[in-house]
Write a protein that binds this ligand. Structure first.
Ligand SMILES: [Zn+2]
Length: 435
């Protein structure tokens, strides 16, 4: 399938162009990749003539055309657990509420929970997500069938290490030809993995040539326990263990000393900043401005829907920007364009897909959004970057293309029956809570 998107306001997020917008621009898609991005009508006409009759035309008048958003940290199947436990501290939330119910979830619950989360993400313009959960095979399957791009990372934890390596080798093999799903390791956190099991995860990453996705320095108690146990911070501990010798994406990074930040920068570790989850669980405020200034690549994640409680990257961008302003008492701390970069190009860099995702440029994968800006809350149009970060809602996303295929059109998901997905999720949670 070839597609020509015409007459849209194009926001390429191309580093070489800065925050430049093409008013009345064109994007051509050939198969799964972008063929061109241009403001030249003649280029678009030539593309259309060459591909007719196999070229679909999308009129993007009154829409911003931009790269799909990249959610770099979530547990998508936890959409099923939305609202089951709110307003409690992290460890109580995990140990008394989340883990007991997760122990009763199997492949089917994870698959259907993931479908619910993926539906929400696609409808809101997220085209790639990074996941960590048990039964990642189910998440991978759900992503493939829904047509969303996913980096899935199984999470070894001390209480479920049996057969882990062999099982995971098989899953990785099964999805090795996937156009949408890639796989890393996801060592859960230093407080759920013994040194021995952390080493097993690192070895498997090296063997399979994958990166690692880890929770890091989320709370003060994680920091205090690590200091008591190992005499060093969680970041220092993971560096000593050799985790950062694999390409690493670290979620949270809230409790960070200057030395910890220097370690991340030196090792090229990317951060998934999860502001709403950190606020809801009262974990603290990640020093994003400091990390960016130190050269750390900071991206944005929602975390799971039961600690957020949604998977809305627009809200997350807005919160990331506002939270840095108020925590540093500097309104310039994280400008709107920086927040947009964190949700697109920085996300791509965090998962080793720089230049391929999070950007509209020739050769990149065609993961593209059309955002309808004909809305009262987006008028008057004076600064579109500001509108996107400070005023846009997930429900303003009109059309979503992933890997060159239209998956959401006129706010309707083409790859899933929304009503069926919601009703199935409701049945699962009703059954889980009645056990
Ligand atoms: Zn998490």
């Amino acid at each position: 399938m070839n597609i020509l998107i015409s007459n849209g306001i194009i926001l390429p997020m191309d580093v070489s162009l800065g925050n430049e917008l093409y008013f009345k621009g064109y994007v051509g898609i050939e198969g799964e990749r972008i063929a061109f991005v241009s403001k030249d009508r003649a280029v678009a006409e030539d593309f259309y003539a060459r591909h007719t009759p196999d070229c679909m035309l999308i009129d993007a008048s009154d829409n911003v055309v931009m790269p799909g958003l990249i959610n770099t940290h979530t547990h998508v199947a936890m959409a099923l657990l939305r609202g089951i436990s709110d307003d409690v501290p992290l460890m109580e939330w995990l140990e008394q509420h989340i883990w007991p119910i997760e122990a009763r979830m199997g492949y089917q619950e994870v698959f259907d929970g993931a479908r619910l989360g993926i539906l929400e993400m696609l409808m809101g313009g997220t085209t790639t997500f990074v996941d960590m959960y048990p039964y990642e095979e189910a998440v991978a399957q759900a992503a493939e069938s829904a047509g969303i791009r996913a980096l899935v990372t199984p999470c070894p934890m001390d209480f479920r290490m049996e057969h882990f390596e062999n099982d995971w080798r098989q899953v990785q093999k099964r999805f090795s030809d996937s156009r949408l799903v890639t796989m890393w390791m996801g060592p859960h956190a230093i407080y759920t993995l013994s040194e021995k099991n952390l080493q097993r995860s690192i070895s498997l990453s090296r063997e399979l040539g994958t990166g690692s996705h880890v929770h890091l320095a989320e709370t003060q108690s994680e920091q205090d326990n690590c200091m008591a146990q190992h005499g060093m911070s969680p970041t220092e501990y993971l560096e000593k263990q050799g985790l950062f010798s694999t390409k690493t994406l670290a979620a949270h990074c809230v409790v960070m000393s200057d030395h910890d930040i220097e370690i991340l920068a030196r090792n090229g570790v990317s951060v998934a900043h999860n502001p709403q989850s950190n606020m809801k669980l009262a974990s603290g405020i990640a020093p994003v401005r400091k990390m960016l200034d130190a050269g750390v690549n900071v991206s944005i994640g929602t975390d799971g829907a039961s600690s957020n409680n949604d998977l809305d990257m627009w809200e997350e961008m807005r919160t990331a920007s506002l939270l840095q302003k108020v925590s540093t008492m500097d309104p310039c701390a994280t400008p709107a364009y920086t927040a947009l970069q964190m949700a697109t190009v920085n996300g791509a860099k965090a998962i080793g897909r720089e230049g391929e995702l999070g950007v509209l440029q020739a050769g990149a994968f065609a993961d593209i959004l059309l955002v309808d800006i004909e809305k009262p809350h987006l008028y008057p149009h004076t600064n579109l970057i500001s509108e996107l970060v400070y005023s846009t809602h997930a429900s303003d996303v009109d059309t979503v293309i992933v890997n060159g295929k239209i998956v959401v059109e006129n706010r309707r998901c083409l790859t899933m029956n929304a009503q069926e997905v919601c009703q199935t999720a409701q049945k699962h949670i009703d059954a889980l809570l009645s056990k």
